[in-house]
Design a protein around this ligand. Structure first.
Ligand SMILES: Cc1cc2nc3c(=O)[nH]c(=O)nc-3n(C[C@H](O)[C@H](O)[C@H](O)COP(=O)(O)OP(=O)(O)OC[C@H]3O[C@@H](n4cnc5c(N)ncnc54)[C@H](O)[C@@H]3O)c2cc1C
Length: 426
């Protein structure tokens, strides 16, 4: 069905990440000749695993199936005989979080205050979403609260950027839900799911010339023609101008790319000797250091898993994620200090492996996922809008209510493919 013949493509898809794979699946079902051009030598894009296996595969990029209730990868994993762990509920709510200061649980009183403050913040956001003005998320935080460092850390971990840069309206458009896990690795699942598609790897698109109903694409691995082009690369790639468009993209599109920049979320995976952690130590943590419950000076958030092997996944966002890339020793020293403060020195002796991600340096995405600047959440629709029924756009950044996620990327690929089909003349 899929052909390498440069002349026969109805559609070219740029990028073999989740959006590109989802689009290709739809076109394949409808027998529409197409090809995926992928710059790297692998499927999956930001669904990517660390090269070394430590008894577990570690997902450097996406790993949770958020909003499990509506997440298409639950059904996809079942169809591929991959099991999904579903017993954790909404993993990231404060009610489900182990909150510690200097290795000791916060007092009931402090815990209650933190949960109440979280509710006040959420109530403010629910009201503000109907306001005509869109402000930065930080506007709704109580910066004088002793627990501000906790809220700030959690928001930076979610958005991959400091809350003063994030549009409130964009943030609240994403719904909460249950978080599921693919213990055998989400990147492995995506690779399996996309395995029977014809992809031209090592083909970085460099130039796209388009007129009327014709597109000519120059890559590092040959030139291709088609009637329609679907672009699924990240906004990091689009804003770096690595792909030259002739004629140039319209001004509104260039502005949308600028207004939806890439955040940085990085992960540090620490592997431990077997039985380092007990069953009741599994789960999501926010650990603090400081003089007292009300004088918090540092915060670290992470998940502990024991299955298949004992490991810890630490999330660093924004400036700290960038610092991990530039001065890893400094950041890792702080992590070690926080961990010995929380679990005692022995835990450091049990570390067997360290894996870190560097998403803002990743040449194929230049960041982890998009965020909207305050007042710019509607730019997601502009980013998605096709140009003259010839250039189409998909990818997480185009998906208003599900941006920054795998299911968002999936929905965007499916909807772009259906739109393309509706525009192809019989
Ligand atoms: C650290 C991290 C943690 C995350 N955690 C989660 C999570 O737990 N749950 C969740 O749902 N989501 C998570 N995400 C987000 C999720 O990974 C992304 O939203 C999703 O994978 C994006 O898919 P995509 O198809 O839009 O883009 P991509 O995966 O970026 O696909 C685009 C493809 O285009 C290719 N490409 C780039 N330039 C060119 C070019 N010039 N020519 C041809 N090809 C090119 C790239 O190599 C890539 O394969 C996380 C992301 C990161 C980085």
């Amino acid at each position: 069905m899929l052909t390498d013949n440069n002349l026969n493509h109805e559609v070219i898809i740029v990028g073999a990440g989740i959006a590109g794979i989802a689009a290709s699946k739809i076109l394949t079902k409808r027998d529409i000749p197409h090809i995926i051009l992928e710059a790297s030598n692998r499927m999956g894009g930001r669904a990517r695993k660390a090269p070394d296996h430590f008894g577990s595969w570690f997902d450097l990029g996406c790993s949770y199936l958020h909003q499990g209730e509506i997440n298409p990868f639950v059904e996809i994993s079942q169809s591929l005989n991959t099991s999904v762990k579903r017993d954790m509920g909404d993993l990231f709510t404060l009610e489900n979080t182990k909150l510690l200061i200097n290795g000791i649980c916060f007092s009931n009183k402090a815990r209650k205050s933190i949960i109440e403050e979280d509710q006040i913040f959420k109530d403010k956001l629910s009201k503000a979403k109907y306001s005509p003005r869109d402000k930065a998320l930080s506007y709704y935080l109580d910066m004088d609260s002793p627990y501000f460092p906790i809220f700030s850390n959690l928001l930076i971990g979610l958005n991959g950027v400091e809350p003063n840069l994030v549009s409130l309206k964009d943030f609240v458009s994403v719904k909460e839900g249950q978080d599921f896990i693919i213990e055998s690795g989400l990147a492995n699942l995506i690779e399996k799911w996309g395995s029977n598609l014809a992809v031209k790897f090592g083909s970085a698109v460099k130039e796209v010339s388009w007129t009327g109903n014709r597109v000519h694409v120059k890559t590092t691995n040959g030139e291709f023609n088609s009637k329609k082009l679907l672009i699924t690369v990240s906004n990091g790639i689009l804003s770096s101008n690595q792909i030259k468009f002739l004629p140039e993209l319209p001004k509104y599109k260039a502005a949308a790319i600028r207004n939806l920049p890439m955040a940085t979320l990085n992960k540090v995976c620490l592997c431990f000797r077997d039985r380092t952690f007990q069953k009741n130590q599994e789960g999501w943590y926010v650990v603090c250091g400081g003089d007292s419950e009300t004088l918090i000076s540092s915060v670290l958030s992470f998940e502990i898993r024991r299955s298949p092997k004992n490991h810890m996944i630490i999330f660093l966002g924004g400036k700290e994620a960038n610092e991990l890339e530039l001065s890893p020793k400094k950041v890792l020293r702080r992590i070690r200090l926080m961990l010995s403060n929380t679990f005692g020195n022995d835990v450091l002796e049990s570390i067997t492996k360290l894996i870190t991600s560097t998403w803002s340096l990743d040449e194929y995405s230049l960041g982890s996922y998009s965020y909207a600047l305050p007042g710019k959440n509607k730019d997601r629709d502009l980013l998605k809008k096709n140009i003259k029924d010839t250039l189409f756009f998909a990818g997480e950044a185009t998906e208003k209510n599900h941006y920054g996620t795998c299911h968002g990327a999936y929905f965007s690929g499916v909807s772009a493919a259906n739109e393309i089909i509706s525009k192809l003349k019989p």
